[in-house]
Structures are given as structure tokens and as C-alpha cells.
Design a protein around this ligand. Structure first.
Ligand code: LLP
Length: 419
């Protein structure tokens, strides 16, 4: 469910015509609906109501401060993977007691900052990382609460670039080796071993891989408890998929119910790290058609947003719906929507049936709220686009369009090049 809909032939986000926002901020821009974000969070959270749990929003999906703040006010925590994400989460007012830190390559200064902020949990991904966090915590005279991120060797049946729970992936600790590492962690003086974690992949459209992962972790928890390692947190990661096109992902209620059935009687707090499912369909990218090249070997529609603004189609061949901002009598054509970047991989849609958009018209690239802006770059020296948040009849610029001046910020020309 989302709040993008047509009224008298015009696309609205909640009660604001998208055209009105474009007139104010120009194109391209990202547009998010606060009502949809709130609804998605509430539905997801309610699906786990019967069990003690914390929903830690995966900041990487959309790191805008206002989005983080919106979720924090609804009670969410944050799943972070870098010092920068920690900084953002704290700046947005996320409770450090609800922050979990995952990632295979945490640097000493990042670990230090997270320890000082007293975050809830570090999800450790290798035996060497155990030693490193123990050492840093010792120097700060602190104890780090840790979970080991287990690689449960589960096929999440998703795109290979976003599958993370297979033995061959770089993530987590091999489940066979986990007991040894837990015993070592227990004996390290500055670690408080409190959790088991996993994250098996993203855009997963079935419940069964999650259930399989949970079963494996439950077995592990039993064995750990037998060794007197008291597990208080079970972090199942994120990964629940959304509908971009014709996928039929499970509703969060279904996902919640199937997991909770298997959690009965297990004394611990469940942690979930949803990203995409909360923000994906709550955001769109609005772009304008600059030119068209019909009639050749291929029909190209050239727009003002490119792969630097939305990388997913180029990177994963992802499908994003294309809606006209103003409905018209568009015939359907087989075409590609491409951006201004100097790469043939710069497309938002490839060889697809779509309305024959004409120059000057605006197109809404749907389901762009997750891994859209957060993966955008300045490639081809393109300033990053603004982000707008709509609430009911009002809209707010929650990130300004970058300026050329910002593009060269921090650069300097050494003296030998000046003369
Ligand atoms: N927790 C961890 C440890 C993760 O690595 C991720 C995503 C999540 C949670 C959130 O997963 P989600 O609920 O959003 O599926 N750029 C790709 C997706 C990469 C996901 C990486 N990890 C895309 O655009 O599809």
C-alpha cells in the first residue's frame, strides 16, 4: 500500500500534485510519502507485536536524516554498517540503545565511536574482529555487547549480488566454526556475548529461506546455552522483498507469523533489520524527458536522471515501474529510458513497453525509496538531486539539490600546478 495515486489525471503524492513540487524544485528529485513510511513501519512492527522485539531500520536503504527521525519517533532503532551511518543515526536522534552495527570491515575508529555511543550490539563477522573489538573496548575500559553474525548457508533465491547467506559469500562466520568462536569470545574479558545474528540477503520474496535460517540459529542457541553462553538477542537481519513488478512477496504479517510460530518459548529479544520493505515503495524518482529518438533501430527516451541518480537498473537489471506525472493519451511503445551519462549501461528501463513519453513530460520512476538516493553518486560531475518529503498537503525539502560549488568542495590545487 502506498500513497501515490491519480486525481483528475495527475499523479499525487498524498494530497500534493507531483507537478507542483517539480515546479518548485525542478527535476530530477526523489519524493517520499511520510504517510506511506509511517504505515509501512506500523504494519511491520505490528506483525511482531506478540514477541519482545526491536525494529532496527537498515540505514543503508535510505539514510536521509528526516527519514531516520521519522522512524525513530515511531520507536525504531537503526542497523548501521559504518561510522558515517552511526553519525547519521545519532544526528537524527535514534536511541543508541537500539542501534546494531553489522559489516565485514569495521575500522578501529568506527568501533571506538560506536563503543563510546554505547550502542546496543555489534554483529561480528570474523574471529579477527572479536580480538579487535576486545582490544579497543579494553583500552576504553568498556565491555562491548556482541553477537556473532552466522552464515547459515541458506540460498535466499535472490539476485547473486544481494545474496549474503551462502557459504561462498564474504559475510558472517561459518556456522560450523561458530561454536569455537563463541567459546573464544566468551573468554575475552571485554566482550559481553549476548546474541546470535544473521542476514541472508535482500529482496527475498518467500518466507521459507528466513524460516530455514531461523531453524539453524535456534539449534545454535540451544547448543550455546548448554555451554552456559546466555543468548539474549536473536537478530534475523533484513531482506523481506517488495513488489516492483510482478513479484508476490509475503505480507509482513505472514512473515511475522511464520517466524513467531517458531520462536515460541525462546527467551530472547528479536531484532529485525528491515530496509527495503519500509522505504522502497514509499519513494519515487521524478525525472523529465529531454529528447526522444524514435524510429531508429531502437526507440530511446532520454531523461534528465541517470545511473548516478538511480543505479539499480544498471547494476542489477532491476525493474522500476514508470508512471506519467500527467496522464495523457499515450500510445504504448517498446522503448528504453536512458540518462545523460556517457555509458551504454545508463538506463532506467530497457526495451520495455511503456507510454510514448514526449519531450517536456515528467516520468515517475516508481519504488525508488530504497537504495535510490543512498546509492547515488556525482559521476559525470552531476550534483546529487534533492529529496522531498510529503506529509498530507505539505511538502518539505529534506535535502537540497547539490550545487557546483559543493561538487568541488574539499579539492585543492597544489602549488606546483598553480604557476
Ligand atoms: N541488514 C544487513 C546486515 C544488510 O546487509 C542489509 C542489506 C539489510 C539489513 C537490509 O536489507 P533489506 O531489508 O533492505 O533487504 N543495493 C541492493 C540491496 C543491498 C542490500 C544490502 N544489505 C539493491 O538495491 O537491491
Amino acid at each position: 500500500m502506498h500513497h501515490f495515486h491519480y486525481q483528475s489525471g495527475e499523479l499525487y503524492c498524498e494530497n500534493v500534485p507531483v507537478r507542483k513540487i517539480a515546479a518548485k524544485v525542478g527535476t530530477p528529485f526523489y519524493l517520499y510519502s511520510a504517510g506511506t513510511l509511517t504505515h509501512h513501519y506500523r504494519v511491520f512492527n505490528a506483525a511482531f507485536a506478540e514477541f519482545p522485539h526491536i525494529v532496527c531500520f537498515a540505514v543503508k536503504a535510505n539514510a536521509n536524516l528526516s527519514i531516520l527521525r521519522l522512524f525513530a519517533r515511531l520507536g525504531a532503532g537503526a542497523d548501521i554498517v559504518s561510522g558515517g551511518e552511526l553519525y547519521r543515526a545519532l544526528a537524527a536522534g535514534v536511541d543508541p540503545g537500539k542501534i546494531v552495527y553489522s559489516g565485514v570491515g569495521k575500522k578501529p575508529e568506527e568501533i571506538k565511536a560506536a563503543l563510546k555511543a554505547n550502542i546496543l550490539l555489534f554483529n561480528l563477522e570474523s574471529s579477527q574482529e572479536l580480538e579487535e573489538i576486545n582490544r579497543i573496548a579494553g583500552r576504553l575500559k568498556l565491555k562491548a555487547r556482541v553477537a556473532l553474525r552466522i552464515n547459515p548457508d541458506i540460498d535466499a533465491q535472490t539476485h547473486p549480488y544481494i545474496s549474503t547467506g551462502l557459504k561462498k559469500n564474504k559475510f558472517g562466520i561459518d556456522i560450523e566454526q561458530a561454536l569455537d568462536d563463541y567459546c573464544r569470545a566468551r573468554d575475552l574479558p571485554h566482550l559481553d556475548v549476548v546474541g546470535v545474528a544473521c542476514h541472508i540477503g535482500s529482496q527475498i520474496t518467500q518466507v521459507s529461506p528466513f524460516v530455514d535460517a531461523l531453524e539453524r540459529l535456534k539449534e545454535l542457541i540451544d547448543r550455546l546455552r548448554a555451554l552456559d553462553i546466555q543468548i539474549r538477542y536473536l537478530d534475523l537481519g533484513g531482506g523481506l522483498g517488495i513488489q516492483y513488478h510482478d513479484e508476490a512477496p509475503p505480507h509482513p504479517d505472514e512473515y511475522g507469523q511464520q517466524l513467531l510460530e517458531r520462536l515460541k518459548g525462546l527467551k530472547c529479544t528479536l531484532i529485525l533489520e528491515p530496509g527495503r520493505v519500509l522505504v522502497g515503495n514509499a519513494g519515487i524518482l521524478v525525472t523529465k524527458v529531454l529528447y526522444t529518438k524514435p524510429g531508429g533501430a531502437k526507440h530511446f527516451i532520454i531523461v534528465d536522471a541517470g545511473m548516478n541518480d538511480l543505479a539499480r537498473p544498471s547494476l542489477y537489471g532491476s525493474y522500476h515501474g514508470l508512471w506519467p506525472v500527467v496522464e495523457g493519451a499515450h500510445p504504448q511503445v517498446k522503448a528504453s529510458i536512458v540518462g545523460p551519462i556517457c555509458e551504454s549501461g545508463d538506463f532506467l528501463a530497457k526495451d520495455r513497453l511503456m507510454p510514448a513519453f514526449a519531450p517536456g513530460e515528467m516520468v515517475a520512476v516508481m519504488s525508488a525509496g530504497a537504495y535510490g538516493f543512498s546509492m547515488s553518486s556525482n559521476y559525470n560531475a552531476r550534483p546529487r538531486v534533492p529529496e522531498i518529503l510529503v506529509q498530507d498537503q505539505d511538502f518539505y525539502v529534506i535535502r537540497k539539490r547539490e550545487t557546483y560549488r559543493q561538487l568541488i568542495w574539499g579539492e585543492s590545487i597544489p602549488d606546483f600546478l598553480k604557476s
